[in-house]
Structure formats: structure tokens, C-alpha cells
Design a protein around this ligand. Sequence first.
Ligand SMILES: [Fe+2]
Ligand SMILES: [Fe+2]
Length: 227
Amino acid sequence: MENIRLSDLVKQQPLVTAFLNDKHIDYCCGGDRMLFDAMAELEVGRETFLDELEQFLKNSAGQMKATIPEELYDYSIAQLIDHLEATHHRDERMLLEEVDAKVNKILLAHYAHHKDELLEVHALFSDLKKELLEHFAREEREVFPLMKQPASKESLDKVETLEAEHLGAGAIIKQLQAATHDFTAPADGCPTYIAAYDLLRKLTEDIFIHIFKENAILFPKFEKEAN
Ligand SMILES: [Fe+2]
Ligand SMILES: [Fe+2]
């Protein structure tokens, strides 16, 4: 395994964030660091860490491959954009509304016993919803239309901003995973509690696939055609 900038590793394989979270490696604000430098700060041996990372990457690549239709790699930029808008943007907008309603419902119903957890989940989810809706608007109204035209310095810069926003969304999801104990409702949680967390998990899984398609398929294709 070669040394690589953390932000590039996450860009190539967004699922690796789960592994990095587990190891408490910050890839968001610390994304400019190199993998080997981040690794040196850990208490595990270099060999063990790299073995685990390689195994994880192998598994997650297989997982992604199973999720991403092969033909997507042959799509044109315009086809990819249309696909993203018609699937992930549409589905996630609907999921955001559904989760929003349920999170508000359980916040009221379980306030007495789960106030700390639910206030945190509510705050984090509200942040995620705001970030995503603004990000989708930026993509649909500003950057994607530019990407359907020949690349320019302006459009390439805007793509970089989108990548940074993906990292930001990933960081909120990481906090949501921790706050919800990996989307596990408490033993006394009602069916709405369970449904809210299930939907939240579904939303975050869709976001990871969505980000992967943009970071690892759409953006590299656009940057390649610019050269
Ligand atoms: Fe998108
Ligand atoms: Fe995006």
C-alpha cells in the first residue's frame, strides 16, 4: 500500500471513512495529512494497520461493485448527472422529509428518558439536512449545468468545493453514527424510534453510494476530459 493523502483516499473510496472512524483518524479537518503520518500517531503496528486497511478496502470495493451498476462507468457526463438527480437526489430528498418527521416525533415522545441522545440526534440531523439540501441545489442549479459544458478553471474549482462538502457531510454522518450507537434504538424505544433510526441508516447508506458515484466516477471523468 502506497502512502496517500487522506482526502484522496476518501475520495477514491468513500466507504473507507468507516474504517478511519474506527481508528479515530480524522480525515475531514485532517484530510490534508498523509496516511502514513496519521498512522504513526496510532498505537498499533504499521504492518497490522496496513493489513487491516487493505482487507477493508478489498471488502468495501467488492461491496461497492455489487451496488454500482457496471454500465455507469460508460455513461457520459450528462447521463451520469441525470442519473444522480433522478435517483439519489430524489430519494434522499424524500428520505430527509420522512426522517425529519420521525425524529421530531420521537424527540417529543421520548424526551423524558432520552433527552440527551435525541437532542443531539435532532441537532445533527438538522445540520445534515441543511447541508445536503443546499449542496443538491448548488449541484443542480450551478455546478452540474457547467459540467455539461467544456471544463474551465471555474468549473474545476467548483467541483473541488463539492468534494469538500462531501467530506463535511461525511463528518456529520460520523457524529450521527456515534450519537445513535450505530442507528440502534434503545431497548425501550417504540416502533417509531426504531423506524426513525432504520431510515436514518438507509439515508446515510444512500449518501455514501451517491458520494462514491460523484467522487470516484463523475468528477474524475470530468477532470480527465478537461485535460
Ligand atoms: Fe449529488
Ligand atoms: Fe455531491
